[in-house]
Design a protein around this ligand. Structure first.
Ligand code: ADP
Ligand code: MG
Ligand code: ZN
Length: 481
């Protein structure tokens, strides 16, 4: 029997606010901070403490909802989600239940099967837990993360393959980074993915039983874990057994999913409205003001790069994936005298990206500013240096941060375009290679490349290759007659 995959994704993202969700403690993400250095009675759940809603966290969630085409609720109440865990000192988490801030949106993704629209069920706001650290036979708890604003984004079960799950997760992360609401640092665990996965016979009306993969924090684990789980479920059904509803974990070493807890013992969280907080009223003018602050998002930017700059869709896609890259690209165009977007795009996605890949640096760490890259491009375009020299100069700029002009001047790399100088070099090379000249005159045209190469070498790579080619041809023809 053929099965169809049905997958919904839950994403938890820590918000980039300065302070925590319900107290004034600073949000610290760097691991260099001493444990429990940013805590207070509120975020450690002391009796009698009173939470206060972080306005900026609400705004970041609304902006996310707007970017995901959601309806923003005017009336919101927070809810207590009750459960015990050592890193949850209150014995409950303040979350949202029946009244999420944002609902009924969508996100468009690109897949190898073409574009697809994935519906968003809800985006709500809650607080993160502390972190348990297991050291030998002791367990330690760091409450620095306790109470950090956490946004949960839940899709409808509209995803139908591991590839789509990954494309959705990548696009969502890009949007959160564009909005500046989440850093996207996956290795720090500030964005975590939980796919709900089921399969059903193709054409069936009902969903199959789902399993939930907990806490994945890389795209690779998300894609592989999902693919593994789809295959595992198909094998279970083929054996005539039912899929058990349970949460499972991804075992990175063994590349398999393993059961964690079964839904037979599913917790009942006993949600009830949070009595320590008033309802949160979001009036329309607040939403409109936030809407006006939204940055241009990746899809709109890609369209503009295609229509305004004439870029190929693939290049446009590559350039908009990171907002910092797109900004760098546009800044470089504006500084370049030639203002040729395609040329700038080629240098950026070619030489600069190669360097970034090799060094694993981000564009923000580049020693070469957009203005400096533009200067280099202009030198090549104007013929002051040739393309190969340009690439070498850029390589040095990326290492040292020196300007193109300075490197060219110091090393005397300026291209020789002066016809008289090239004529002399060509004559010298032809005189030195009588056998090759004879072959060429005897009809072996391929020798031309060799002779041009010799002249380039003689000029230490600085001659204008077009001019050299032309002059070599002419002088050879003259020798014939
Ligand atoms: P919870 O995990 O708290 O039970 P929901 O029931 O709202 O929450 O579902 C969470 C996620 O599971 C959503 O992304 C939803 O689309 C997805 N989902 C629900 N049913 C299925 C199913 N049968 N197969 C795959 N995903 C599902
Ligand atoms: Mg769930
Ligand atoms: Zn605190």
């Amino acid at each position: 029997m053929d099965y169809e995959a049905v997958i919904g994704l839950e994403v938890h993202a820590e918000l980039l606010t300065r302070s925590k969700m319900f107290c004034g403690c600073a949000v610290v993400t760097s691991d260099g901070e001493p444990p429990n250095s940013h805590v207070c009675p509120v975020c450690t759940g002391m009796p009698g403490m009173l939470p206060v809603i972080n306005r900026r966290a609400v705004e970041m969630t609304i902006m996310t909802g707007l970017a995901l085409n959601c309806a923003i609720a005017e009336f919101n109440i927070f809810a207590r989600k009750n459960y015990f865990y050592p890193d949850l000192p209150k014995g409950y988490q303040i979350s949202q239940y029946e009244y999420p801030l944002c609902k009924n949106g969508w996100l468009d993704i690109e897949t190898s099967q073409g574009p697809r629209r994935i519906r968003i069920r809800r985006v709500h706001l809650e607080e993160d837990t502390g972190k348990s650290i297991h050291a030998g036979d002791a367990s330690l708890i760091d409450f620095n993360r306790s109470g950090v604003p956490l946004m949960e984004i839940v899709s409808e079960p509209d995803l139908h393959s591991a590839e789509e799950v990954r494309a959705y997760a990548e696009k969502l992360r890009a949007i959160l980074r564009y909005l500046g609401v989440n850093s996207g640092d996956m290795e720090k665990g500030v964005i975590r993915f939980e796919p709900n996965i089921s399969i059903r016979p193709v054409g069936a009306a009902e969903f199959g039983t789902r399993t939930e993969l907990k806490n994945l924090n890389s795209f690779r684990a998300l894609e592989r874990g999902t693919a593994y789980e789809l295959k595992r479920q198909a094998e279970v059904l083929k054996r005539g057994e039912p899929v058990k509803q349970e949460t499972r974990g991804w075992d990175e070493d063994r590349q398999i999913t393993v059961p964690q807890r079964s839904k037979e013992f599913a917790e009942d969280y006993r949600y009830f409205p949070e009595p320590d907080l008033p309802p949160l009223i979001v009036d329309r003018s607040w939403v409109d003001a936030l809407r006006a602050q939204l940055p241009e998002l990746p899809d709109a930017k890609r369209q503009r790069f295609i229509s305004d700059y004439g870029l190929a869709p693939f290049d446009a896609q590559v350039l908009v994936a990171e907002r910092a890259v797109a900004d760098y690209f546009e800044a470089a165009i504006s500084h370049s005298a030639g203002r040729n977007p395609k040329t700038v795009a080629n240098w950026l996605t070619g030489e600069v990206f190669r360097y970034l890949n090799e060094t694993a640096e981000s564009i923000a760490q580049l020693k070469v500013t957009p203005a400096s890259l533009a200067e280099l491009i202009d030198l090549v375009e104007a013929g002051a240096i040739n393309l190969n020299t340009g690439k070498r100069v850029l390589g040095e700029m990326l290492q040292s941060g020196e300007s193109a002009r300075a490197i060219v001047d110091r090393q005397g790399l300026a291209q020789i375009s002066d016809a008289g100088a090239i004529e002399a070099l060509v004559t010298k090379v032809l005189d030195a290679n009588p056998a090759e000249v004879a072959k060429y005159l005897g009809g072996k045209e391929t020798v031309l490349g060799f002779l041009v190469g010799q002249v380039m070498k003689e000029s230490r790579g600085k001659a204008n290759p077009g001019a050299v080619q032309q002059i070599v041809r002419r002088q050879l023809t003259e020798r014939k007659g």
